[in-house]
Design a binder for this molecule. Structure first.
Ligand SMILES: Cc1cc2nc3c(=O)[nH]c(=O)nc-3n(C[C@H](O)[C@H](O)[C@H](O)COP(=O)(O)OP(=O)(O)OC[C@H]3O[C@@H](n4cnc5c(N)ncnc54)[C@H](O)[C@@H]3O)c2cc1C
Length: 296
């Protein structure tokens, strides 16, 4: 056995899981898809005394749509479920198209949205998608629930707002506007690897095809997904290739990049500019009548 010895519990309800968390506090860790945490345990970077497996808790899995058009995902909803869901394909087409960029199908069969957000790898697609789409993250403890914006939930490299007694239970995506365009780009060393840098763009247009709102998010470059705040203003009206290039340069100037064994900070800065521009150009140029989820 590679990890340290641990006790294993698999509660069937959220209440039971929260009670176990209260009981064991810092000695316990939660297990979702295990795709990030089992390797962490195997390398003995974490050695919890108790592992609380969330996989049997039905109320944490699945997708639902509310009357207002928003779509909620239980924290244990697997990447592959998003990839194959008709609801996501029609109602959150950006997410549907981005899912194949997460690892490989075997990993997507197990990995969960909640696990990915809680792990908070700055190169993970889920963080950027949730920030770009202004998703709300719900956390529960035995004392109740609290909601926070995904952009606030993600605090830095492997750091979130989760307290040791909390479980991420749900992610809610606001209703998808009728006239939303989007772009998604990332560069990774091999297909399925984590992104070295990526960029997501949404552009909402009015009936005259003029941009009324735009959001640009860069990920993999710094400690967490970065919203390029001025992009909305720069892309308002009738944006063109010149303006997308301008936002690319702006993104390069505001995103503080880091160096690691995958890429230098300087190379990441170059990617921030190029991929931001490409994501915006995609949003401006792609024919959104094509079926959602087609390879980008
Ligand atoms: C080879 C490989 C390639 C990968 N490539 C990519 C990639 O390209 N892009 C990408 O985004 N990801 C990638 N991943 C990671 C994968 O997407 C994981 O599934 C994901 O990061 C973690 O999700 P999980 O459900 O497996 O969580 P786990 O590994 O089970 O848990 C991760 C962490 O989150 C905590 N946690 C889990 N669920 C909750 C919850 N509901 N509430 C509070 N805390 C919780 C756990 O305690 C643990 O600390 C890759 C993984 C592998 C092994």
């Amino acid at each position: 056995v590679k990890p340290c010895r641990f006790d294993y519990v698999a509660p069937a309800t959220l209440d039971e899981a929260l009670r176990l968390l209260d009981q064991h506090r810092d000695d316990a860790k939660l297990l979702a898809g295990g795709q990030s945490f089992i390797p962490v345990m195997n390398f003995r970077l974490a050695s919890p005394a108790v592992l609380i497996d969330l996989n049997r808790i039905q109320e944490l899995a699945g997708l639902t749509q509310a009357h207002d058009g928003s779509i909620s995902a239980g924290a244990m909803t697997r990447h592959r479920v998003f990839e194959q869901s008709e609801l996501v394909r029609s109602g959150l087409s950006l997410i549907h198209a981005a899912m194949p960029y997460i690892a490989h199908v075997q990993i997507r069969n197990r990995g969960t949205i909640g696990g990915s957000l809680a792990h908070a790898d700055p190169s993970a697609e889920w963080g950027a998608l949730c920030v770009a789409l202004e998703a709300t993250v719900t956390m529960a403890s035995s004392e109740g629930e609290r909601d926070v914006a995904a952009a606030d939930f993600l605090q830095g490299v492997y750091a979130t707002l989760l307290e040791p007694n909390e479980i991420l239970t749900r992610v809610r995506f606001p209703a998808w506007p009728a006239r939303r365009r989007w772009g998604f780009t990332e560069l990774s060393r091999r297909r399925g690897d984590f992104a070295i840098v990526g960029a997501v763009c949404t552009i909402d247009v009015d009936e005259n095809e003029r941009c009324s709102a735009a959001r640009v998010v860069v990920f993999g470059a710094g400690d967490k997904p970065v919203v390029i705040e001025a992009a909305g203003e720069l892309l308002a009206g009738a944006p063109d290739a010149q303006r997308s290039a301008e936002v690319g340069r702006l993104a390069r100037s505001v995103v503080e990049t880091r160096s690691d064994h995958h890429a230098s900070a300087a190379y990441r800065s170059e990617l921030v500019e190029v991929l931001t521009r490409r994501a915006i150009d995609q949003a401006l140029n792609r024919n959104h009548d094509r079926p959602a989820g087609e390879r980008i």
